[in-house]
Design a protein around this ligand. Structure first.
Ligand code: ADP
Ligand code: MG
Length: 334
């Protein structure tokens, strides 16, 4: 999909090269007390761009676990570090579109038109004003009817996949924000992507219902998309002061192991305020703990994509074990 040949539409500017020093400095580790200079060894590695477009499906059928927040903030983090990123808003609520400051009133061409009326993705994609290299295919309220309208259409599970494959743009990442259900919209996302990213809120019942999601992933892998696997689990709204949060985090790490990012996202007022300004936390308050943690999570995702595990202090190469572990994931979950 990524090609550097003739590009038309809203993405005509050249693929950005390395970012200037000021945006990189957002990711710099917080200096230790006493203000010692952070040595080169301890500064974080860059965010390498993937060789091919990574399509990541952000899914969890529970509402309010941080899917949308994670989608837009990871997307902005990656774009601010030289990646070209498309967010596909697949939730009729249109929260991702709102958070990216994208117009999505009823008359705007949207992902509904792509799924139901065979419109081209390039007709609906809009650039995100604040962040170079970031784009969004918005959702409008029409999408609420799509679950039902799709049922009677041909290739109803693979319409998004077809649209993405026909979209000849040089993208590094496509992040798909799913609705809080496992219906045809989420199935379309699972058929279109190779990677599933599951945000898990550090609350009681965090793992409840995940078994069903993982079984759906297995079903789609078995029948429609052999590449599909859960590549990434992100702990969200982590409150380090509570024992519950650390217990949930431990349980998730025990169950999923390597897929869980080392970085977890803290509960942060800045993160929850940003969408009401049509912004991600990366532009709303770049120095906040919420922005820095999403940036760090994005770095981990980027490094894992090139086979490097980064644990915050050192990087090491990983093998292919992750994909082999997938079958056992849903065991023991409801
Ligand atoms: N790390 C966080 N700290 C504080 N509030 C958060 C955080 N992550 C998400 N929220 C808030 O929690 C609510 C649900 O998040 P959202 O991303 O919309 O979940 P989902 O898309 O899974 O329904 C939103 O109001 C959002 O602003
Ligand atoms: Mg959402």
């Amino acid at each position: 999909m990524r090609s550097d040949a003739n590009i038309a539409g809203p993405m005509t500017d050249p693929v950005p090269g390395p970012r200037p020093a000021d945006s990189e400095s957002m990711a710099a580790p917080v200096p230790p007390p006493g203000g010692e200079v952070v040595s080169r060894e301890t500064s974080p590695p860059p965010m390498p761009r993937p060789e091919q477009t990574r399509v990541m499906v952000v899914a969890n059928q529970k509402g309010g676990v941080g899917k949308t927040t994670t989608t837009v903030n990871l997307a902005a983090s990656l774009a601010l570090h030289g990646n070209r990123v498309l967010v596909i808003d697949l939730d009729p609520q249109g929260n991702a579109s709102t958070a990216l400051g994208i117009d999505h009133h009823a008359d705007v061409p949207s992902i509904y038109d792509v799924l139901v009326d065979n419109r081209k993705l390039s007709d609906v994609v809009q650039p995100v004003v604040d962040v170079e290299g970031l784009f969004c295919a918005p959702a409008t309220i029409d999408l609420a009817g799509a679950e039902i309208e799709l049922v009677s259409l041909v290739a109803r599970e693979s319409r998004l996949d077809r649209a993405i494959k026909a979209y000849q743009q040089p993208l590094d990442y496509i992040l798909i924000d799913c609705p809080p259900s496992l219906g045809l919209l989420t199935v379309n996302a699972l058929v279109a992507g190779a990677e599933v990213l599951i945000p898990i809120q550090c609350e009681y019942y965090a793992l409840e219902g995940l078994g069903q999601l993982l079984r759906n992933v297995e079903l789609v892998r078995g029948h429609l998309n052999p590449e599909l696997h859960v590549s990434t689990i992100l702990l969200t709204m982590y409150d380090g002061r509570t024992r519950l949060a650390s217990q949930v985090a431990e349980e998730v790490r025990t169950h999923f192991g390597k897929e869980v990012l080392r970085t977890s996202i803290p509960r942060s007022v800045r993160i929850s305020e940003a969408p009401s300004y049509g912004q991600t936390v990366l532009t709303y308050d770049p120095g906040s703990s919420g922005a820095l943690s999403y940036l760090e999570a994005a770095r981990e995702i980027a490094l894992r994509g090139v086979g490097v595990h980064y644990d915050g202090s050192r990087a090491h190469t990983v093998g292919r074990q992750q994909q082999q572990d997938q079958h056992s994931m849903s065991e023991g979950l409801q």
